[in-house]
Ligand binder design. Structure first.
Ligand code: CO
Length: 133
């Protein structure tokens, strides 16, 4: 079902400042910045040199899930994302196994890929994102 890690999401207070750190100081290559109005986040994807990318997420408003995360836990790792061959099947299988899903149906992610989130209470505390490849 899984094809590999897609990206690791990091919640940040200020995307421009975080990009300066990740690109200019740490040396990751910036691939693109997207504003996701529907999800109330602005994200930047950076290359790690391999297949797994880094996603920096800044909340666009105070009611953004990222704003709530920052309030409760501060900046840091927010989720990890794995690639799946068939996201509909993965969600169906998870549901059958009693896994708590945030998204029962896939939605559109930053780069036009289908994505869905699995609730941290079913993963020992880490938000899991599925990305259709
Ligand atoms: Co993500």
């Amino acid at each position: 079902m899984f094809i590999g890690m897609d990206h690791v999401g990091v919640a940040v207070k200020n995307l421009d400042e975080a990009i300066k750190v990740y690109r200019d100081i740490l040396g990751f290559k910036l691939l693109g910045v997207h504003v996701l109005t529907e999800r109330k986040v602005k994200v930047a994807f950076l290359s790690s040199g391999g297949e797994t990318q880094i996603e920096l997420l800044e909340p666009l408003s105070n009611d953004s899930p990222i704003a709530k995360f920052l309030e409760n836990r501060g900046e840091g790792i927010h989720h990890f994302a794995v690639k799946v061959a068939d996201i509909e099947k993965a969600l169906k299988d998870f549901k059958q196994n009693g896994v708590t899903l945030i998204d029962e149906e896939p939605k559109m992610g930053a780069e036009g890929k289908k994505i869905a989130f699995v609730h941290p209470k079913s993963t020992r505390g880490v938000l899991l994102e599925l990305v259709m490849k």
